[in-house]
Design a protein around this ligand. Sequence first.
Ligand code: NAD
Length: 291
Amino acid sequence: MEVIDGNRIAADLIAELKAEVARIPGRRPCLALVRVGDDPASVSYVRKKGLTAAEIGIESRNLLPPVSITQAELESLVDGLNADPAVDGILVQSPLPAHLDERAVFARISPEKDVDGFHPVNVGKLAQEDASGFASCTPAGIMELLARSGVDLAGKHMVVIGRSLIVGKPLALLALQKRPGANATVTVCHSRTAGLAALVRTADVVVAAIGRPEFVTADMVKPGAVVIDVGINRVADPAKKSGYRLVGDVAYAAVAPLASRITPVPGGVGPMTVAMLMKNTVKAFHLRKGG
Ligand code: NAD
């Protein structure tokens, strides 16, 4: 069994992007980070994105409107960033407060600045295998992790558990694509799937993106399978100073001995999500410059 080290692979990607950005003459790529309110998880995610951008040499701008912002005000803020020629990428941190329509906000971002890949045009380009679009960062990061770990998906059966717009669905589309590294046969399971455990047992590659701690147990995994754990769940742990620890959607201790490769939580998929956001920002910069 080999542990897929997401921290190391993300660090490699970040170093490559840093070298690429250093070669750009003149203006640096610029990422606008919009965070509404002070949700603690969003604060920490946006902070991490800003720090990673700085490490690469990508300029970042933080826009921190109050939680009381209206839909119209937020859309007008996005319009301003769309119109600003110095901004290459726009990220509106999810989740937005309940009074805001997240989908409408994502659709307001110019597709060519939509580095999170949530705009309908980019989702469409993903389905059409048009490489000028932006794929959602977490699934794109999973594809990169697999490629850089020497896993060729061609002809393999990938079972994705979870059908969200952020992870499960775009990952299924990416793995299905007709290109080197992809070409998988994909099954997507969800909360209404009948016989889920038996389906997962047929997988060469299992991807768990459910949001339920240790949902995937050893009896669901074929020996030798590659296991990718997307879940980030807080479970109470009085032994920790914070009072909780992070666990994935896979029962790691029991599944790891069976797997040929497995991602840990934390330190697997998570670091790749931020690295791919940076990759998308550099791509947006080049596409906008026509280079
Ligand atoms: P989501 O809640 O939007 O979707 C969960 C999916 O799981 C749904 O499609 C649902 O059908 C499926 N599901 C729920 N219960 C199920 C069950 N009992 N059996 C089968 N399927 C079931 O979640 P999401 O945004 O896709 O996130 C999933 C997990 O991944 C969460 O833990 C989240 O924190 C984590 N996540 C991690 C990253 C990262 O960067 N590592 C990024 C995004 C999400």
